[in-house]
Design a protein around this ligand. Structure first.
Ligand code: HEC
Ligand code: HEC
Length: 645
């Protein structure tokens, strides 16, 4: 059900007006739609004033290396810098620029402008003028040109699909379904295969194996030829790079040890930062290497890129504000020396962790001697560009770019400002803290390492200790946490403010000045729901309207506990979902249903991969609303309705 698509999502024209509110109660308009309209307007750059921060999210160099283009996500513009880093021009775009690509011949640039109805802008680089505006889907990222420059691929993150545009005809010609929230993509040099990183997995979180995957698309047939599953615990994929010879793909992601109780954070006990290498010919994982060191995490790895000579692989760490520079041939050589298993009678070398291939994903020393960790001046590096021997790394929160001289590894990077300096609001300081792993003991993780960079979910279960050991809970979206006390699925925290402070203490293992939790409260309290991809032109679909009637029908009973507005009555109940591990008498806090379309899997233990699963097979005793009498069609309608909220 989750992947049911809104057929209008990517064909409709970009629209930043008030969403159509037909079929909704007027007072709900005041609560949600004003907020949504402001969010959309801000994202589209309409309400953005010159005082808005830049938030450089993507960067690309021109083919000749003479210019840099920087996507300023919260300013609705792309900045143009000369090769010395001076700002020379800016280009306004319709939406929040989320990705940039330059065509193979260097004459054009594609800009994905993310919004509920995104636009892909094609820019003539000689004139720096938008020559085409192509309507795209919900929150579009990662534009990629085909080798001949005639086709463009882009990820419609919340439609779970890759869109294909014919650039001569200037229209979308295909949509290819992938797994969940595609967010980064790269093409092999021969143009044959597109590697797409799915940000999250889409199964239940209570399974033994829980990992996101990489969808590989054959550009000739426009089909997914394989989804390559990463190792257990892989999630929050954000970067893809392919070696210049096209033999390997490199994927950056978290590797979570979600099956261990969260008693400590040392040595990657909870989360590790990982790089998975894929053999392009075999479409299989070569191995997964940890980017951390034994006593310092390299949290929240994001962008990856190879130098043109394939000698170095560069990775940004958005949590620790660092750039990893990896000796790639040496890494490949070291990996290939390891056997699958020890020979009969051979004793392992106890002075090292990795004796066989399977040891590598647990080896915090594997990269020692092969990698340099460069401390950046900026904060929150999410992207990078390489031109010649220079790496350019924008800091999302510092509105600056670090210029790193790759030929002089010992040199401190130079810092360049992106536009005027803007004073930081408490909300932005909170967002920065949320993503900042340097606040954590030994920089192992930040709040974003489990709640993702936008304070929603990693879709994993975690055995936090606040409700005893041995009862894992699915990570919750933090949207509206501050409006819907108590907090946590069992309500053990009286309100979100308390949960924020416990998170700092028991998850980051840190003591921080009180301004930081206050800023986190301000940020989390400011989060706005994004419109559901299940809406059709901003309104409930026919199926959702039928579902709404059932939802509000007292015989079914949903609205009693999930009353419209907050969609929770803030009370706890036993709705028949209790597991043995939860302990007798445990009730669950009724969650809000707003933005359910992006917070799966569902229920406190993440056992329901889809809304349908919440009611079939769960809810046999009709404790969770009266659903056993409903037809399959009615269950689908109910699901479509709650997924539209
Ligand atoms: C190791 C993963 C992990 C990290 C890191 C993490 N959280 Fe959470 N968080 C969770 C899980 C899992 C839940 C749901 C627990 C439950 O339902 O009992 C949760 C729940 C919450 C809630 C309650 C939400 C609600 O509406 O009930 C808040 C607030 C919260 N986290 C804030 C934070 C903050 C702030 C940080 C950083 C200081 C943080 N979290 C770091 C895993 C994490
Ligand atoms: C008696 C109160 C009550 C009624 C009636 C009720 N719910 Fe719930 N709902 C809850 C509680 C409590 C939970 C959390 C259960 C858990 O996490 O194990 C929940 C969870 C959910 C979830 C999963 C949300 C998530 O984020 O994981 C969905 C979807 C949902 N309810 C929809 C409905 C629908 C649709 C109906 C009507 C058929 C309904 N509920 C009736 C109390 C109720």
């Amino acid at each position: 059900m989750r992947h049911q698509r809104n057929p209008d999502a990517s064909s409709a024209a970009p629209d930043v007006r008030f969403p159509n509110v037909r079929g909704r109660q007027p007072w709900r308009v005041t609560i949600r739609h004003i907020a949504t309209a402001i969010a959309i307007a801000a994202a589209s750059g309409q309400a953005a004033e010159t005082t808005a921060p830049a938030s450089p999210l993507a960067i690309v160099a021109s083919r000749d290396g003479g210019k840099l283009f920087v996507a300023c996500a919260t300013r609705g513009e792309v900045a143009v810098l000369d090769s010395a880093g001076n700002l020379t021009q800016t280009l306004k775009v319709p939406g929040s620029p989320s990705g940039l690509a330059v065509s193979p011949d260097g004459t054009r640039m594609a800009i994905t402008c993310a919004a509920p109805q995104s636009t892909v802008c094609i820019v003539d680089l000689a004139r720096l003028e938008i020559v085409a505006r192509l309507p795209a889907g919900h929150s579009t990222f990662a534009p990629v040109f085909s080798s001949d420059g005639r086709t463009l691929y882009a990820c419609n993150r919340f439609n779970h699909e890759v869109a294909v545009f014919d650039l001569n005809a200037r229209k979308q010609v295909a949509r290819i379904a992938v797994e969940r929230e595609p967010i980064a993509a790269a093409l092999t040099p021969d143009g044959r295969l597109l590697f797409v990183a799915n940000h999250l997995h889409n199964g239940p979180a209570s399974a033994e194996q829980v990992a996101a995957g990489v969808s590989v698309i054959d550009t000739g047939t426009r089909r997914v030829v394989k989804t390559i599953r990463l190792p257990n615990g892989s999630g929050l994929l954000l970067g893809v790079a392919i070696t210049p010879d096209g033999r390997h793909a490199a994927i950056t992601h978290n590797l979570s040890r979600f099956n261990l109780p969260t008693t400590q954070v040392e040595r990657g006990w909870m989360n590790t930062a990982a790089l998975t290498l894929i053999d392009v010919a075999k479409l299989g994982v070569i191995n997964t290497v940890l980017l951390d060191n034994v006593e310092s995490g390299a949290a929240n790895p994001w962008a990856a890129a190879f130098t043109a000579d394939a000698k170095r692989l560069l990775i940004t760490h958005a949590g620790t504000h660092e750039l990893s520079v990896i000796d790639y041939p040496a890494l490949v050589a070291k990996l290939s020396q390891l056997p699958d298993a020890l020979a009969a009678g051979q004793t392992p070398d106890y002075t090292r962790v990795s004796n066989v291939r399977a040891d590598v994903p647990n080896d915090l020393a594997f990269l020692v001697g092969l990698r340099q960790r460069i401390k950046l001046n900026g904060n929150g590096p999410r992207s990078l560009a390489i031109s010649g021997e220079t790496a350019w790394v924008p800091g999302y929160f510092s509105d600056s770019i670090d210029k790193v001289d790759l030929s002089a590894p010992g040199c401190r990077p130079e810092s360049i400002a992106v536009g005027p300096r803007v004073p930081m609001s408490a909300i932005r300081r909170g967002e920065m803290a949320f993503n900042d792993a340097t606040l954590c003991f030994q920089t192992w993780q930040s709040c974003a390492t489990c709640h993702s960079y936008d304070a929603r979910v990693d879709a994993l279960n975690w055995d936090l200790l606040n409700d005893g050991i041995g009862s894992p809970k699915n990570a919750k979206s933090l949207l509206w946490s501050h409006r819907t006390p108590p907090a946590m699925s069992t309500g053990v925290r009286d309100r979100a403010e308390t949960a924020v402070r416990s998170g700092i203490r028991y998850i980051l293992f840190a003591v921080l000045p009180p301004e930081i939790p206050s800023a986190l409260d301000a940020y989390l309290g400011s989060l706005m729901p994004a419109p559901s991809p299940y809406l059709e032109k901003g309104a409930l679909s026919k199926s959702a309207l039928r579902g709404k009637q059932l939802f509000e029908d007292t015989a079914v009973g949903c609205a009693k506990c999930h009353p419209p507005g907050l969609f929770t009555d803030l009370q706890s109940y036993d709705v028949g979902t209790r597991q043995r591990a939860d302990g007798a008498g445990t009730n669950f806090d009724t969650p809000t249903l707003v933005e359910l379309w992006r917070s799966g899997p569902f229920l406190h233990d993440g056992s329901a991969a889809t809304i349908r699963d919440v009611f079939r097979p769960h809810n046999r005793q009709d404790k969770h609303g009266a659903t056993s009498q409903l037809t399959e069609q009615q269950i689908d309608d109910l699901a479509t309705y709650v997924l539209s909220l």
